[in-house]
Write a protein that binds this ligand. Structure first.
Ligand SMILES: *Cc1c(COP(=O)(O)O)cnc(C)c1O
Length: 499
């Protein structure tokens, strides 16, 4: 246990001889040094975990990354094999949290976060072929992988805000999955109000109902008369209004929040250990949008997990595939697809990987990001591109291919993969490393979230899990509002004033 042991020996030197019965739990063994986070752009002050949790984006517009990567050795991984998911998650996250939160509390937070999941294994592995597996990340309350991080985040916010005797108001814009997962995670939390904007009559029914049927006094749903971009602009305008931002203590939980990445690393560890790590290598295939999920896989590898290859799955919005294929990282307009959570123009978390590939040179990274914004094309050197290709492979699947692959997998195995998951499975089929290395494709959403696409491809309409079967009978609560900043701000104030 390289990192932890170093801290322990330091603590022992400071505190005298070792106690006769050292506890096996790292939190009791020694106080961990506080993990510091630096900005990829190099101009913002470093912060500890609670600061980074509450801030989201760094002040200089960069993304927070750990100052040093924690490292686990083979014995550390082996010791995690026997743990239930929540305990494994706490172990993996602990070096990132540092001394800010005790191990006991972190473990309790993880326990509570996953207690309500619909599968006892939390993130079960399903075998599809001799070396192809899928890991189901959709057993949380909103049936998408974002629950795995968001359920932890809601509890971390409450804990840190209680320590600081503070409150925040989270505002966010959503086209579907993120807003639902955030509302489920923050509903009923004592120190947080949450307001989510969605474009009126432009989200799927399941997604809207997942947000609007949660009845808690600290939750507000606004159906904005406009598009998803209007919703995003409205959120930006609220953050840009500094007096308002300070008045209601605005905060965000979008996908660049480091704590979300940290909470996504454990399921990669769990899958790899189940398939024979650390003695055996594995590969991961991830249907990718903002690059948060696959970045967590990269982080697991960086921490010492034996990951042979990472595979990026893209839909027709294929900027990442074009980059990996021919070093063409150029923006194109977003086109709607069957996998809407992957419809992106820019993958914001890619900046974190690029920072590492550029050997942590914040000045060079800042120049690259500025050029991208000004020209729509990211100038990446061949050396950096080759470094990326050393780990990452990619695959693109358009809508016709998505339907065909859903049908093919269902005919061959009986398994129903949603339109996001199938992109990862198809990518794994073509890009797997071979040599008997198992490849795990991440199942990011339950097929019942996309009943129309599933029915077209397979003739079957997947049913919602029993615990959600009454979703369409529940009462909805939301306010339809004009695209008007003052009106939306008044609504947010009213909600905050109530609590
Ligand atoms: C958010 C989401 C993705 C994309 O994940 P990123 O971390 O943004 O790359 C893929 N599939 C589903 C179902 C999602 O909700």
């Amino acid at each position: 246990m390289a990192a932890l042991d170093r801290h322990r020996s330091r603590a022992l030197i400071a505190n005298g001889p070792p106690s006769p019965r050292p506890s096996p739990r790292p939190g009791r063994r020694a106080k961990l040094r506080s993990m510091r986070y630096i900005s990829t752009r190099g101009q913002a002050p470093a912060g500890d975990f609670p600061a980074v949790l509450l801030a989201g984006l760094a002040e200089d517009g960069g993304l927070f990354v750990p100052e040093t990567w924690p490292h686990f050795g083979p014995a550390d991984w082996r010791a995690m094999r026997s743990l239930p998911y929540h305990a494994l998650a706490a172990r993996v996250m602990q070096p990132f949290v540092g001394e800010a939160i005790s191990f006991e509390i972190l473990e309790k937070i993880c326990h509570d976060a996953y207690a309500g999941f619909g599968h006892p294994a939390v993130a079960p592995l399903i075998q599809l072929d001799s070396h192809l597996f899928t890991q189901e990340l959709f057993h949380g309350p909103t049936l998408a992988f974002k629950d795995l991080a968001m359920q932890v985040l809601g509890r971390l916010f409450d804990h840190v805000l209680t320590q600081r005797d503070a409150r925040v108001t989270i505002v966010g814009a959503t086209s579907g999955d993120t807003g639902a997962a955030a509302i489920e995670a923050f509903a009923g939390r004592e120190r947080v109000d949450i307001v989510i904007l969605h474009p009126h009559e432009r989200t799927s029914l399941v997604q809207r109902r997942q947000m609007t049927t949660v009845h808690a006094p600290n939750v507000g749903n606004i159906a904005l008369e406009g598009t998803f971009d209007d919703c995003q602009d409205m959120v930006k305008a609220m953050f840009g209004d500094v007096p308002f931002r300070n008045e209601v203590h605005l905060s965000a939980v979008n996908s660049i929040n480091w704590a979300r990445i940290a909470a996504q690393i454990p399921y990669y560890v769990a899958a790899a250990l189940a398939l024979g790590a650390p003695e055996r290598e594995v590969a991961f295939s991830v249907p990718t949008g903002n690059f948060g999920n696959i970045l967590a896989a990269w982080a697991a590898r960086r921490m010492g997990l034996p990951v042979a290859r990472l595979i990026v799955g893209s839909n027709r919005n294929d900027i990442l595939h074009r980059f990996l294929d021919k070093n063409d990282m150029s923006m194109k307009p977003v086109e709607p697809s069957l996998s809407p959570s992957m419809d992106i123009q820019i993958s914001s978390n890619f900046e974190r990987l690029l920072f590492e590939l550029m050997e942590r040179d914040p000045a060079a990274l800042t120049r690259t990001m500025q050029a991208f914004r000004e020209t729509g094309r990211m100038p990446i050197s061949d050396a950096v591109w080759h470094r990326a290709r050393g780990v990452l492979h990619s695959f693109r699947l358009d809508d016709a291919g998505t339907e065909a692959e859903i049908r093919r997998l269902h005919a061959a195995t009986g398994y129903l993969a949603d339109p996001h998951t199938i992109v990862g499975i198809a990518a794994a089929r073509t890009q797997a490393p071979g040599h008997g290395i198992p490849t795990v494709a991440m199942a990011t959403a339950h097929p019942a979230k996309f009943p129309d696409a599933m029915e077209r491809a397979t003739g079957q309409r997947p049913a919602l899990p029993p615990r959600m079967a009454d979703l369409f009978e529940r009462e909805e609560r939301f306010d339809v509002m004009p695209n008007d900043l003052a009106a939306v701000q008044a609504k947010v104030r009213a909600l905050v004033g109530r609590n």
